[in-house]
Design a protein around this ligand. Sequence first.
Ligand code: HEC
Ligand code: HEC
Length: 303
Amino acid sequence: MCLWVTRLGETRHKACAALLAASLFSLMRGASCQEAQTGDQNGAQPRVTYQNMTPEQRAAATRAFLGLGAVPDKAAAERGAPIYQQTCAFCHGPQARGATGPSLITSDEVLSDDHGEHLVEFLKKGRPEKGMPAYAPMAEEQLKDIAEFLHLQVEEIANRGAYQVQNIVVGNASDGKAYVAAHCMTCHTAEAFAHIGRKFRSAEQLQRGWVWPAHEGDPATAITATVKTPSGEAISGRVTQVSDFRITLVDAAGQTRAIDLGPGVEVRMNNPLAAHEALILTLRNDDMHNVTAYLNSLKDTLK
Ligand code: HEC
Ligand code: HEC
């Protein structure tokens, strides 16, 4: 089975990866897989067993075994993460493992792609008739970043525990300070940022936290709406789903209310993170790293 995997072309390789992902770890421990990992069928090279490999070797072996292709671009994936969360997570789940839409971890469309060359085209077209919107108006770069985010999710499942998070504090703190002064202080106070680095367990989380501050179930960041029906009733609550035809809210009492968007229905949406959404569309990679470096440095501010 493993040899079959290694001998097939890229695409089938990856489709195979999807099928095999679930049983990966038991397979990796099987002796028959050693050949697939090393590509050595004559036994000329000494073999390192999976148990004896370093985490890096395991990650490489897993990648080769699954035919995962190109290593995901971590920076692009980080830019893609908030766009994904905002645009796709409703339907595919926050880690792309599926919700009302299918899991994207095992999707052929994702696994047959390396750096967006296939996926971007797919996302532009979507499958609107099947509930998958078309993202034609979205910038190509953003769609590519989303693709990298999805590849990273696949990678993180395949190489669970072995994935090395790089040091992301690589920016210039004083440039970050200038960026924050120019872009953030209309809404945030210096006090709020003074110890911000301490609120997060790692710089990685800090970066995720400031770029896209939404937490599941956090009322401070939830999108809410007030819907006025033709009969004059006003229904307010947290938006859980919205389409051209219908909006679903959870009201203060925890009741789910689905309202059809016919004539005479007025919807007023409030998105507390609208500014953060606008921000991520203009944020350059350097800005992102600089701001993270600056905010991270405030960890040690003692006033
Ligand atoms: C309103 C819900 C919804 C949103 C929002 C949505 N999707 Fe989907 N998506 C779906 C559904 C439903 C399908 C399955 C369509 C089908 O049955 O062929 C799907 C299918 C897909 C597939 C193909 C899966 C496969 O292998 O067949 C990919 C890839 C995908 N979506 C990615 C995305 C990305 C990336 C975004 C955000 C830019 C996104 N989707 C936003 C509902 C959604
Ligand atoms: C137009 C208003 C606005 C702007 C501009 C803005 N934010 Fe926010 N930010 C918010 C809102 C609203 C929240 C969610 C409520 C909260 O957590 O305070 C938030 C949350 C955050 C959080 C999470 C706070 C926490 O305690 O978890 C961080 C960090 C953050 N923003 C950083 C930034 C940075 C850095 C910038 C500039 C690059 C910025 N914000 C620009 C409105 C804004």
